[in-house]
Design a protein around this ligand. Structure first.
Ligand code: WT7
Length: 663
C-alpha cells in the first residue's frame, strides 16, 4: 500500500465505522421513512400486500399467507398472474418506446443492441409462439444454456408467457453439469447458442452443449441462437431436433401469444444450486411470491425507478441475474443493462466505460470484482465520469471493510450509498441489508433484516446469541420470495433447510425455522455480519460450489484413491479450491496426474471449480470416527497454525501434508 492516495484514504476512512445515507440520495429515495420497519412488523404478514400490490393480477388473491402446513408455505393464494405480462405488456402504453434492455457485447466494435419495451415484447411473443410450435406446453421445463446474450432474457420471458418453467444453466458450467440438470428436471427442450466472446476470442459453446446432450437420457429439441454471426463457424441449428433461433422467430413474425394466467404458486423457474451432497438441488420459485419479492426489493433496496439505467454486472446464469437483471428491473419498467464479457477486456476500465457511456444510475456487483478493481488501481475508474451513479450494491460473499470503503470512495465518490445485500438462490431475493435512504451503513456488516424479515443469529440449540457473539443465521418467519421446495424432493427440502432448528413434527409455523447454512454475528443495534458458509460449500468468486461435487470428480480419476476439497483464502476470489488427494498404491504422484485431476474437475463442473492447488498425500487427517478434519486442511491451505491435533487418529500425517503443501 504505497500509493499515497490510498494511504490517505485509509487514514481518513479507517477510523470511520459507520456512514449515514448521503443526503442528496436520501431526499429522493424510494423508501425515505424508517417507520416502515415498525409498520411491517405490526402488519405482518399483510405487510407483504405492499409487494404483491406492485404487480398486475389477473385474478386477485384471497389469502396473503397460507401457513397451514409448514414448511410448505403458500403466498397470495387464489391469485393468478403472468410474469411476462408484468415485465412487458403493462409497460407498453407508457414506456413502449423506452429501452428495456441495453445489451453490450464484449468486442469494442460490437453492434450493441437496444430493445425498447415494444421491441422486447414483440420478440418475446414471437419466441413464445415458436416454442409452443416446437411442442413446449404449460409446465414443461425448458433448459437454457446461454451466456449473456439478449436472447436469454427473451427466452426466459417467452417461457414465462406460456407457463413453461425455465431452468437456466450457467454457460461456464461443463457439458456434464448441463446433462445432470436436464436429466434431473426431465427437461426436453434446450435453448443455447453457437458461441460467445471471452477476453477477445470467440468461444465454442455449441460443442459443449452437444456433449451435454449426448448424456441426456431422453429425446430433446434444441434451439440455437446465432450469437457470433460467423457463417458456419461453430455451427448452429441443423438437424431434425436442432433449430435455428432466427428461422423459428422469423416463421412467427408478428405473432402474439396471450399470456397464460398462472396461479400465484405455479412454478416460474427452477435453478440448480450446489449443496453438501454431490447432487445439485433444484430450487423451485413461484410466480406470485417470487415476482413480488424481487419487484419490491429492487424498488426499496436498489432504489430502481423507471427513469434509471440500472447495471448489474452478474451473469443471468445465477440467481442474481434472474432476480436483479431480468425480473426485478423489468417488472419496474426500468432500463436494465447486460454486458457479455469480462471487466478486464480490452482493458481494466471496461465497466467504467460502460457506466460512462450509458450513464448508469446503479451498479450492483460482487466483492470479488471489487477486490480485483482495487488491485488494478484507481487509475481505471479515474479515467471515466462516473457521476451518473446514484447507488452501489454488492452481493455474493462477505465484503471486507477495506473493499467496501474503496468502492464507496473511488466508485461512488462518497455520494452513493452502498448496499451489502445478503441473500441466496433459495431466498429468491434480498433478505438482510440496509434500506439505502434511511439506514446507517456499517462496512463489513450487511445490515439489519429487511422490514418484515425475521432473521436472527442463534447458537446450536437455536437460542438467540448475545450481541457480539457468532452463531448460525436463521430466518424465523416465511417470506414471499422463499423457495417452495426442491424440485420433486420435498424430503430433501425439509432435511436441508428446516430440520436443523425446527420441530419437524409440529404444524405450528412458530416451530419452524429456516436455516441458510451461514455463520453470522449480530451487533447491539441488530446489524448482522455474515461470516460465511457453515456447510461443506465453498464460495469462489461469489459462486457456490459443493466440495462433494468436486471430490467426486477427483476420485473418478484413475490412480486417485481418496480426495478432500477445502476452501483456502484468496485475495481476489475470496475462497479458492484446494484439493488433497491420496493416490493409489502403485500410482506415481506425477505432474501428469495433477493435470488429470484438474481436467476432471473442469469436465464435471467447469473452469470456475478449477483447483488452485492439488496436494498429493499418503493420508488425510481423520478423527477417530473416520471423519476428515477439514478445518486442519483449511489451515494448511492458508499457512495458519494448526492448533490441537490430538483428537486425530493419525496426527503424524499432518506434518507431512504441511511439508507437501508448502513445496
Ligand atoms: C451464499 C448464497 C445471493 C446471490 C448470489 C449468491 C453468500 C451472499 C452475501 C453477503 C455475505 C453472502 C452466503 C449465502 N452471500 N450474499 N452480502 N454477505 N455472504 O447466491 O450461490 O445462492 O450463494 O452466498 O454464504 O449463503 P448463492
Amino acid at each position: 500500500m504505497s500509493d499515497p492516495e490510498e494511504v490517505e484514504l485509509e487514514a481518513r476512512l479507517e477510523e470511520q465505522e459507520s456512514f449515514d445515507p448521503p443526503a442528496a440520495f436520501a431526499e429522493q429515495a424510494n423508501v425515505d421513512d424508517a417507520s416502515i420497519y415498525d409498520e411491517f412488523e405490526a402488519a405482518w404478514p399483510d405487510c407483504w400486500e405492499a409487494a404483491a400490490g406492485m404487480l398486475d393480477w389477473d385474478e386477485a388473491y384471497d389469502t396473503v399467507l397460507d401457513d397451514s402446513t409448514p414448511p410448505f408455505y403458500e403466498w397470495f393464494t387464489g391469485g393468478s398472474l403472468n410474469a411476462s405480462a408484468n415485465c412487458l405488456d403493462r409497460h407498453l402504453d407508457e414506456r413502449g418506446d423506452e429501452v428495456a434492455v441495453e445489451w453490450v457485447g464484449e468486442p469494442v466494435d460490437e453492434d450493441n443492441r437496444s430493445f425498447t419495451y415494444g421491441e422486447l415484447h414483440r420478440e418475446v411473443n414471437e419466441t413464445a409462439a415458436a416454442l409452443r410450435d416446437l411442442g413446449v406446453g404449460e409446465d414443461d421445463v425448458v433448459t437454457m444454456y446461454m451466456p449473456m446474450v439478449p436472447e436469454l432474457p427473451v427466452a426466459m420471458l417467452a417461457c414465462a408467457r406460456i407457463g413453461a418453467p425455465h431452468s437456466v444453466v450457467f454457460a461456464g458450467f461443463s457439458a456434464d453439469a448441463l446433462a445432470t440438470r436436464m436429466n434431473a428436471a426431465d427437461s426436453e427442450y434446450l435453448v443455447t447458442c453457437d458461441g460467445y466472446y471471452r477476453r477477445g476470442d470467440p468461444l465454442d459453446h455449441l460443442s459443449k452443449a452437444h456433449d451435454g446432450l449426448a448424456n441426456v437420457d431422453h429425446g430433446t429439441e434444441t434451439v440455437v441462437v446465432d450469437r457470433l454471426r460467423d457463417g458456419d463457424g461453430f455451427g448452429h441449428g441443423s438437424g431434425d431436433d436442432e433449430h435455428d433461433y432466427d428461422d423459428l422467430v422469423a416463421a412467427h413474425e408478428g405473432a402474439t401469444v396471450e399470456p397464460v394466467s398462472r396461479d400465484a404458486e405455479d412454478m416460474l423457474f427452477l435453478m440448480y444450486t450446489s449443496g453438501t451432497t454431490g447432487e445439485p438441488k433444484g430450487v423451485k420459485h413461484t410466480t406470485g411470491g417470487y415476482l413480488s419479492w424481487v419487484s419490491w426489493t429492487s424498488r426499496a433496496v436498489l432504489d430502481v425507478t423507471p427513469e434509471d439505467t440500472y447495471f448489474c454486472s452478474a451473469d443471468i446464469g445465477w440467481i442474481t441475474g434472474h432476480s436483479y437483471i431480468v425480473y426485478g428491473p423489468l417488472s419496474l419498467g426500468t432500463t436494465t443493462m447486460m454486458y457479455e464479457g469480462t471487466p478486464d477486456h480490452p482493458d481494466n476500465d471496461r465497466l467504467w466505460q460502460i457506466v460512462e457511456d450509458y450513464e448508469a444510475t446503479q451498479l450492483y456487483t460482487a466483492p470479488t470484482a471489487i477486490r480485483a478493481f482495487m488491485k488494478w488501481g484507481t487509475e481505471y475508474p479515474e479515467r471515466h465520469d462516473l457521476s451518473s451513479l446514484r447507488l452501489l450494491g454488492t452481493v455474493g460473499e462477505p465484503i471486507n471493510p477495506r473493499a467496501w470503503k474503496w468502492y464507496y470512495k473511488h466508485i461512488g465518490d462518497e455520494a452513493c450509498p452502498v448496499v451489502d445485500t445478503w441473500w441466496q438462490t433459495e431466498t429468491g431475493g434480498m433478505m438482510v441489508t440496509t434500506l439505502p435512504g434511511v439506514k446507517t451503513m456499517k462496512p463489513g456488516s450487511a445490515g439489519p433484516p429487511l422490514p418484515g424479515v425475521d432473521a436472527t443469529v442463534v447458537d446450536t440449540n437455536g437460542d438467540e446469541v448475545e450481541a457480539g457473539r457468532a452463531g448460525y443465521l436463521t430466518v424465523g418467519r416465511p417470506w414471499p420470495g422463499m423457495l417452495r421446495t426442491l424440485y420433486r424432493n420435498d424430503e430433501r427440502f425439509v432435511d436441508e433447510y428446516w430440520a436443523e432448528f425446527s420441530d419437524t413434527d409440529s404444524d405450528d409455523p412458530a416451530d419452524w425455522v429456516y436455516s441458510p447454512e451461514d455463520g453470522a454475528k449480530v451487533d447491539e443495534d441488530g446489524y448482522i455480519t455474515v461470516l460465511g458458509r457453515v456447510d461443506d460449500v465453498l464460495n469462489v468468486s461469489g459462486h457456490r460450489l459443493g466440495t462433494m461435487e468436486i471430490e467426486s470428480a477427483i476420485v473418478g480419476v484413475e490412480g486417485v484413491a481418496e480426495a478432500a476439497v477445502v476452501g483456502g483464502d484468496h485475495e481476489v476470489k475470496g475462497e479458492a479450491v484446494y484439493a488433497y488427494a491420496i493416490t493409489e498404491d502403485d500410482q506415481a504422484e506425477s505432474e501428469e496426474l495433477r493435470e488429470r485431476v484438474v481436467e476432471a474437475v473442469e469436465a464435471a463442473i467447469g473452469p470456475i471449480a478449477r483447483p488452485e492447488r492439488v496436494v498429493f498425500t499418503p493420508d488425510l487427517p481423520k478423527t477417530r470416527s473416520g471423519k476428515i478434519m477439514r478445518r486442519l486442511l483449511e489451515n494448511i491451505a492458508d499457512g495458519d497454525a494448526l492448533g490441537d491435533t490430538s483428537t486425530l487418529r493419525n496426527p503424524e500425517v499432518v506434518d507431512d501434508i504441511q511439508a507437501r503443501a508448502s513445496d
